[in-house]
Design a protein around this ligand. Structure first.
Ligand code: C2E
Ligand code: MG
Ligand code: MG
Length: 616
């Protein structure tokens, strides 16, 4: 899994980094700015700016055995500033000084695992201490490069997982073929044991506790309690009968015996609940656990056949560690069970316990159970926030923002409940409510106001994966006689974390209808220019975190200007979100932005207030 450090950086990502490096050199007025990449024996120029006095080229390398400032940055994992190498005993003979670059400011760049990737640095031919703003800018660009590395790493892990699972499945298939005879006899045993699980040969919870007290408490080694739950067993019992579900219990019990080495204590807690205790063998419990958990994940990822029916097992895995997460057996059991529930909720492969899980889980259960009835109880509504044209300061449209008022919980903000609606799948239905309400309202405002008035609706990643989405939007527009060009949908960069080809197809279909597509919260996610290039966006919305401190942050002023000029180059409209005062509005106007949104122009208000204030 360490091969990611050799990954080739995709061309679009390099082009994106090139843009950052050019900005650094321009803003700091220096000849050289570099992204350096660590190689086994050398450090190599990965990206460099195009200034004519810059002596570096992509691919130039220096041996790590030399006296290198970049190496010092990587080793110390801290910013290094050398204002004049010629006056420093330590740095006077470094290779950059020999090229005439005597001052240096550099930061480490790491992979998301913490492993070193290289550095980002600025070099000047004259003495330079680098201002606070220049240092902040370098830090910001370091974060952007590290965000790109996170995407690259996630893609790599995904591909590795697929490869690994395919190989595992192949092996499991081979084993299954060999064991057909064994299963035939297992069926006879199941007949015999129909009403008793004790005969699976597994200890029960009391025996597991005894083993724990005898072997773990008395030893000075760390241990882990792993909880495995077959999450669709009740469904299997309801649909296929008790005999089938008992077969699955025995099948999984047998499977676990084979998957886990002898030294692990295993127990069957209930039909669908298994637990095992693993005691640390060598020095690294985490690594040993990862091997076991990976074996469990792939080993239980299969379809089981019995009595002519095939069933795909779904499972969750929760882990608690001894003594970190509990000194007694019962405490550990409870915490691994909480982790298993969290794992199930988030559809993760596994979940290790963390103290905040308990409260989060309680809060979430409460939110989820109340949200389930929010639509039928008519607790959801839309507020609308006005959008104004920068040139004429005229109203041109509104963004629809979802609101939830629950009698028990009071007002719950969308930032809290939308993730819950996403994870539980409710967002599809809620999303249709938003689209239906907003399009209907748009039709009525267009009749009163003017045809050019438009409404923007936020779509979540889950909605984009819904095959009925585009047809439903089209049908809604037709039903309410609304032109597609009056509707804009807003998506955030989160959607690109999943199936990018699938997202591209959906967005192309939406674009083909004439609906505009905005990239929301730009600057907070991976902010990759390649998305803007590849996907049919017509608008970029600069996140309000950049606008809120325009007056104090030179870096943000530079960034906002850079985003607007980039958007103009791509022929995109720019909305500045979160404008709270006139100075911010003036800045956006001077920088060439197109649309204002923010409290300075109007807060989100309910439909009646919006109509009263802006339409009539
Ligand atoms: P967003 O789409 O970026 O919406 C803009 C957010 O900024 C809104 O927060 C708005 O009230 C707030 N805002 C606008 N101007 C200002 C300002 O001048 N100052 C400050 N401090 N805030 C301002 P809200 O309504 O809480 O929504 C938060 C997020 O929830 C939205 O961010 C959006 O991502 C999500 N959301 C809201 N409604 C929906 C929806 O119907 N579907 C989906 N999928 N997400 C939604
Ligand atoms: Mg939005
Ligand atoms: Mg936004």
């Amino acid at each position: 899994m360490e091969n990611y450090t050799n990954l080739k950086i995709p061309v679009e990502m390099l082009a994106n980094w090139q843009g950052l490096i050019e900005h650094v050199a321009d803003i700091a007025s220096i000849p050289t700015s570099l992204i350096m990449r660590l190689q086994p024996e050398t450090i190599e120029v990965c990206v460099t700016n195009t200034h004519q006095k810059n002596p570096f080229h992509v691919g130039d390398a220096e041996s790590l055995s030399g006296n290198l400032m970049c190496k010092a940055v990587i080793d110390s994992q801290q910013m290094l500033i050398v204002d004049n190498a010629l006056r420093s005993e330590r740095w006077c003979d470094n290779p950059d000084a020999k090229l005439g670059l005597i001052s240096y400011c550099g930061l480490p760049i790491n992979w998301p695992t913490g492993k070193a990737f290289g550095t980002i640095c600025m070099l000047d031919s004259k003495e330079n201490g680098y201002t606070d703003s220049e240092r902040q800018l370098l830090t910001l660009f370091k974060n952007m490069v590290e965000n790109s590395l996170t995407i690259l790493y996630q893609q790599y892990i995904l591909e590795e997982k697929v490869k690994h699972r395919t190989a595992e499945l192949e092996q499991v298939n081979q084993r299954l073929i060999k064991k057909i005879d064994e299963y035939a006899s297992a069926e006879q045993i199941i007949e015999y044991q129909k009403y008793s699980h004790e005969l699976t040969g597994f200890p029960n919870i009391h025996e597991l506790e005894k083993q724990f007290n005898a072997n773990i408490i008395t030893s000075d080694k760390n241990a882990a309690l792993i909880h495995i739950r077959i999450t669709n067993l009740t469904q299997i019992r309801n649909n296929l009968g008790l005999e089938y579900s008992q077969y699955i219990t025995c099948y999984v019990a047998e499977k676990l015996k084979r998957l886990c080495p002898e030294c692990i204590h295993l127990a069957l807690l209930a039909d669908d609940d298994f637990a095992l205790i693993y005691q640390q063998h060598n020095d690294d419990l985490t690594n040993e656990l990862m091997v076991i958990i990976n074996d469990l994940i792939s080993g239980l990822n299969e379809t089981v056949s019995f009595a002519g029916q095939r069933v795909k097992l779904t499972r969750c895995i929760g882990v608690s560690l001894y003594p970190e997460h509990g000194k007694s057996f019962l405490e550990l059991m409870h915490n691994s069970s909480v982790s298993a529930s969290e794992c199930q909720l988030h559809n993760r492969d596994y979940q290790v316990y963390d103290a905040s899980l308990k409260t989060m889980l309680m809060d979430r259960f409460q939110l989820e159970s109340q949200l389930m009835h929010a639509l039928t109880n008519e607790e959801l509504s839309l507020h609308y926030q006005p959008l104004f044209d920068v040139g004429s300061e005229k109203l041109i449209g509104a963004e629809a923002l979802l609101r939830w008022h629950n009698p028990l919980l009071g007002f719950v903000g969308p930032d809290r409940f939308i993730p819950v609606a996403e994870e539980s799948g409710m967002m599809i239905e809620i999303g249709y409510f938003v689209l239906r309400t907003a399009i209907k309202q748009l039709a009525s405002w267009q009749a009163l106001h003017h045809d050019d008035f438009s409404v923007a609706v936020n779509l979540s990643p889950l909605q984009l994966a819904d095959p009925a989405l585009v047809d439903t939007i089209q049908a809604l527009l037709e039903t309410h006689h609304v032109k597609a060009t009056s509707l804009e949908i807003e998506i955030t960069e989160n959607v690109f974390l999943g199936d990018q080809d699938g997202v591209l197809q959906v967005l192309n279909r939406i674009d083909a209808l004439g609906i505009r597509i905005a990239l929301d919260d730009f600057g907070t996610g991976y902010s990759s220019l390649s998305y803007i290039h590849r996907f049919p966006f017509s608008t970029v919305k600069i996140d309000r975190s950049f606008i809120s401190n325009l007056d104090t942050s030179l870096v943000n002023r530079h960034l906002v200007t850079a985003i607007i000029s980039m958007a103009n180059a791509f022929n995109l409209k720019v909305v500045a979100e979160g404008i709270e005062d006139k100075a911010q509005a003036d800045f956006i106007q001077r920088a060439g932005g197109h649309i204002y949104q923010g409290y300075h122009f109007g807060r989100p208000v309910n439909v009646d207030d919006f109509s009263r204030q802006y339409i009539c």
